[in-house]
Design a protein around this ligand. Structure first.
Ligand code: FA5
Length: 343
């Protein structure tokens, strides 16, 4: 071995030691200066060095050892100060755990309530043909009733039979689609939950919102079945003692039609001095007995079968829950984590 060789080997070991940062100082001491450490192996090479060079190699070895010592001391010192800085009594850092959006939670709860009594959860297109959104629901082309829905139209050529494509204004587009899916053969017990869209925006309206639509069709279905279902939902979702109420209304696709209210949980439905409801009741959406023309559009004979349907806003239904007190539903879609993390 020449002089350059052993100087190089010593330098290599030193530069390896100088790159150590993460290992514990005690372990490094064993690794470099221990009984079977790297320095010991290096010193053993002295046997192979010619006699006249042994002195110079010995000096090189000593230099290397003291530099490694220095480096190890430096690392020990560094690690001691870092350890001293760690306060073990501080609370640990919690990993951020996300959760379902409150409206997704509400959708799950609502679906489960209806599934428990035999409803079948489905989901139909949120961008659909005019036919399913309006025409099959007893609203012929150019009928003024369509104006109420403040519709977004997709800018594409109209389909010959199905008409234009629209962003669904309500989940009622699922009614005739469900009749078709079941090949016009009742019984039908559908709960359709989907996003819906209208050109509206204020504290109680968003351009995108959710609705859930119930549809039941079978022989002998009447308003009592509808009212029983509403009462069951009121108690399941809002708690025991909550009542439902139906008031006459008009929809083209149901006859008779109703608006559906649930009793206010703050004043117990009395309305006395209640700033939350003013009247004892909250309106959540519409309902009614399926119009014979809608059954016909779905290939079902209205002389044999009858049905009821209802459609409510998820956001509206949810904000009426006890303790929520949300006066602007746009908050749900504001992306404001301080708001969303409360649920
Ligand atoms: C309808 O959409 C009917 N399809 C309901 C129906 C279904 C009636 C089946 C009969 C049979 P309406 O336009 O009233 O009805 O809307 C129902 C509910 O959706 C409203 O009461 C409200 O809770 C919610 N809603 C409507 N527009 C918005 C909006 N822009 N933002 C948030 N919620 C809305």
């Amino acid at each position: 071995m020449s002089q350059q060789d052993y100087i190089k080997i010593c330098q290599d070991l030193l530069s390896q030691a100088n790159q150590e940062n993460d290992t514990k100082a005690e372990d490094l001491r064993v690794k470099y200066l221990g009984k079977n450490g790297l320095f010991k192996n290096l010193s053993a090479l002295i046997k192979e060095v010619p006699n006249e060079q042994k002195k110079a190699f010995g000096q090189e070895l000593n230099k290397t050892k003291s530099k490694i010592e220095e480096k190890l001391k430096e690392i020990e010192q560094q690690q001691k100060t870092t350890q001293a800085k760690i306060d073990l009594t501080l609370p640990g850092k919690k990993a951020k755990v996300g959760h379902l959006h409150p409206i997704s939670q509400a959708i799950e709860e609502i679906s489960q309530i209806f599934e428990r009594i035999g409803f079948n959860r489905v989901r139909y297109p949120e961008v659909d043909f005019d036919y399913y959104v309006f025409e099959a629901l007893n609203m012929p082309k150019n009928h003024p009733a369509r104006d109420e829905w403040e519709t977004f139209f997709i800018d594409t050529p109209a389909h010959e039979k199905m008409g234009k494509i629209v962003l669904t204004t309500h989940t009622s587009n699922g009614q005739v689609r469900e009749m078709e899916r079941l090949k016009s053969k009742p019984p039908i017990r559908m709960i359709n939950v989907a996003r819906t869209y209208r050109r509206q925006s204020d504290a109680t309206h968003t351009q995108m919102f959710h609705q859930f639509e119930g549809l039941v069709v079978d022989k002998g279905i009447n308003i009592q079945h509808l009212k029983g279902t509403l009462d069951y939902f009121a108690e399941s979702f809002y708690g025991p003692g909550t009542k439902s109420r139906i008031r006459p209304f008009h929809f083209k696709f149901t006859e008779p039609s109703f608006e559906v209210d649930f009793s206010c949980h703050i004043c117990g439905g009395t309305g006395k001095n209640c700033r939350f409801c003013k009247s004892g009741w909250h309106e959540v959406g519409g309902a009614g007995m399926v119009h014979p023309n809608v059954l016909r559009a779905g290939g079902i004979d209205p002389d044999v079968y009858t049905g009821f349907a209802f459609g409510w806003g998820v956001e509206r239904t949810y904000t009426l829950k006890k303790g929520l007190n949300i006066d602007d539903i746009r908050l749900f879609y504001s992306g404001n984590l301080e708001f969303l993390e409360q649920f």
